[in-house]
Design a protein around this ligand. Sequence first.
Ligand code: 13P
Length: 347
Amino acid sequence: MSRHSLNSLADIAHKMVVDGRGILAADESLGTIKKRFDSIGIESTEEHRRAYRDMLFTAGEAVSKYISGVILFDETIHQSTENGTPFPEQLTRQDCLPGIKVDRGAKPLALATTETITEGLDGLRDRLNGYYDKGARFAKWRAVIHIGHDGRSSIPTHQALRANMHALGRYAALCQEAGIVPIVEPEVLMDGDHDMARCFGVTARVLDLLYRELFEQRVALEGTILKPNMIVAGKGASEQPSTEMIAEATVKCFRQTVPAAVPGIVFLSGGQSELEATRNLNTMNRMYAGEMPWKLSFSYGRALQASALAAWGGKPENVPAAQKAFTHRARMNYLAARGEWDEAQEG
Ligand code: 13P
């Protein structure tokens, strides 16, 4: 490794999942944040995006106590709070690590029908060095895996899995060279009517291929964080598993595929409601307390922000109510990552 030691990467990764703290994914791309703002009827201007993220990053205990790091979007890492503090500095002052989304989105995979390949490797070394200088200490890259049938064959295909896991490996190696901890995110989507067993099978294959790639590309697992989906049934499936079934299948899948050297696994919410995402995380940590080699925590986008976004509604006078809603969700997930959450605490 060049100028950065494995020790400092491992220290950062450890800090990202310490004692129940987790990650806020606030790295919505311009297209995604527009969808979120459309849902509350406000226009996605640069100032609205800044004001919204300002509300989140100045929410006191949410950021200083329950959240260990925030994933930013390129526009956001260059923005500042109302009183002029650059966002990365605002976070760092509260003992919260700034992170950065560096992929450039999922694009159609050549010669495939519906599957995608995540792009963004060209020029990534220079971009990572620039982000490091801006304060980023971890990064995120999301590969998207679809379950279903695309007219020719059942998906995911081996072609799509290999291409996406290879890209995740190259991204992770470049991050570590730049002193940045890579969050590796292979998201198996909840879209479809497949059952939980199918999600288990696909996720296990994905994780197996991912860790082979990371090994081949010399990535030090101690300085990485995994961001996966939970093992659930498709949204359209007629039978939905209980939280205990989800917890059991998810931990079993990881035990078979995720090396013990990985310090932490932080879930995406992927379309689960705020309550489901919290409950499932808590069930795992309660059922398997002391029996897992890695920490299980959260890196939610929608499941940390949905109530806060609705309470904010684009109005400055609603900032205190929105911050209260955000702090509540952050605290509930912090408790869930410690296996200490209880539905009664939801209030
Ligand atoms: P969700 O929790 O809304 O799925 O977002 C997390 C994320 O960062 C997906 O890349």
